[in-house]
Design a protein around this ligand. Structure first.
Ligand code: SF4
Length: 438
């Protein structure tokens, strides 16, 4: 998934629904049923307020959703109240880092909460341009690993195809926000052919990631032509799709798309939920459609300050994902991207969160915490340190409660007698220590 293209104006003039001005919008207090104090407004109520005359048929049409993305601050201010001074400041931000929010995703935002986790991922912040000295435009050095236009070959057995730079939503933490002001681009047939030729010539490539931008921004027919060409290359074993559509425009993941993807099995799908608030009946149904067509769905989230940087937020997200049968796979440290410093957390925070989850939920709900190294250094997993001491013949481990346990380390077979006697001594030694359970 890469950057989108808010600058492409695909606004439709033909539909006859009305976008209500803020003056006519009923307040949440007037329309919400009684609920728990602080409960966020229901997306359905927001839809009723913001898009009262859009029938279900249009609302569920992904092309309508795409065409009616909110791409200006003025437009956004019709839905989310903001003072005039803030509008001016955000317009400056949008000149450098544009915005694009689908109507569906807009309805997930609590308009009364400026720190809403859905809002912070999608609405520009003045902090994006406050500290432009920090970070890099291309922190992962992706341009350097591009072998032909659109194809990145960094790890020997994997290749990444950047099919387009168009995304339905522009996520404020995006690693590729450097490209947001470029024109919307889909590679030409000749460029795709050059990518397929390269993959065909490099027999070590067994795994191809079809990404962008977001490759689901292409028509289903166009996407099928790419998958079909990849499947004709014998050494390509698996195809992965990286897409945030299930989260920000789940209507795109329709039966036609899933049926097409199922014809090119094995296809794996990696999506990008960051908050439990993004798990809705619509996004759950999109993932379910993929799963029912035999397409496994994994989640790759990004650790973001004030959005999901607590044990509670991660537990809610990851347990919510398991409930919709999506596996929490990676939790990424937010890359060192210019314009995202306010969303980044210290590395220790990620390790602390993983430590806080362990023992309090199933291992299936705990993603690997990953730092993607600068300049193409690759991914490094980070784990809390559970080893308190390494002794001859044994390890002293600290569990999630902080209790110590001695564990005999089996010999590698070269010195069985010595190892056995040493292990026994350490076991006794450890169990004699206060707080140590042997
Ligand atoms: S979906 Fe969001 S994070 Fe992914 S490439 Fe597009 S803008 Fe960037």
């Amino acid at each position: 998934m890469k950057q989108g293209a808010a600058h492409i104006s695909l606004k439709s003039s033909q539909s006859n629904f009305t976008m209500p001005p803020s003056a006519s919008v009923e307040t949440a207090e007037e329309t919400e049923p009684p609920g728990k104090c602080g409960e966020p407004p229901q997306p359905l109520l927001n839809r009723k307020k913001y898009f009262p005359s859009v029938p279900d048929g249009l609302w569920n049409d992904w092309k309508w959703q795409f065409q009616h993305r909110i791409t200006t601050i003025q437009e956004l201010a019709e839905y989310l109240p903001m003072p005039g001074e803030e509008i001016k400041q955000l317009e400056k931000v949008a000149c450098r880092y544009p915005l694009s929010i689908t109507p569906y995703y807009l309805t997930l935002i609590d308009p009364a909460d400026v720190n809403d986790p859905v809002r912070r991922q999608s609405v520009p912040s003045v902090l994006e341009i406050n500290d432009l000295m920090q970070g890099y435009d291309d922190p992962l050095g992706e341009k350097g690993d591009s072998v032909v236009p659109g194809l990145v070959h960094r790890y020997s057995d994997r290749a990444l195809m950047v099919t387009t730079n168009i995304c339905p939503m522009l996520c404020r933490h995006c690693t590729r926000k450097r490209d947001w002001n470029q024109k919307g681009m889909v590679h030409s047939r000749e460029e795709f052919q050059a990518m397929f030729d390269y993959i065909r010539e490099h027999k070590e490539i067994r795994d191809v990631i079809v990404s962008g931008g977001d490759s689901l921004s292409l028509s289903t027919a166009r996407l099928e032509s790419i998958l079909s060409a990849l499947r004709s290359i014998q050494h390509v074993e698996i195809i992965r799709i990286g897409s945030r559509y299930p989260v920000v425009l789940p209507q795109r993941v329709d039966e036609e798309l899933c049926e097409m993807l199922s014809r090119y099995s094995p296809v794996w799908f990696n999506t990008h939920f960051n908050s439990v608030r993004e798990i809705t009946p619509e996004s759950a149904a999109a993932c379910d459609r993929l799963l029912r067509h035999g397409i496994p769905v994994n989640n790759q989230s990004v650790l973001l300050r004030g959005i999901n940087d607590s044990v509670e937020a991660q537990l809610a997200l990851c347990q919510g994902l398991l409930k919709i049968k999506v596996r929490p796979y990676y939790l990424f440290q937010c890359d060192e991207v210019r314009g995202t410093e306010h969303l980044r957390t210290p590395i220790e925070k990620g390790v602390e969160i993983i430590a806080g989850m362990r023992g309090h939920t199933s291992g299936m709900a705990i993603p690997a915490f990953i730092v993607d190294l600068p300049d193409g250094g690759g991914k490094v997993p980070l784990l809390p340190d559970y080893v308190a001491a390494i002794n001859p013949g044994s390890y002293l481990f600290k569990n999630y409660r902080g209790n110590l346990y001695s564990y005999r380390n089996p010999s590698d077979g070269s010195n069985v007698n010595n190892m056995n006697s040493g292990a026994g001594e350490e076991h006794l030694l450890a169990s004699a220590l206060p707080g140590v359970e042997a």
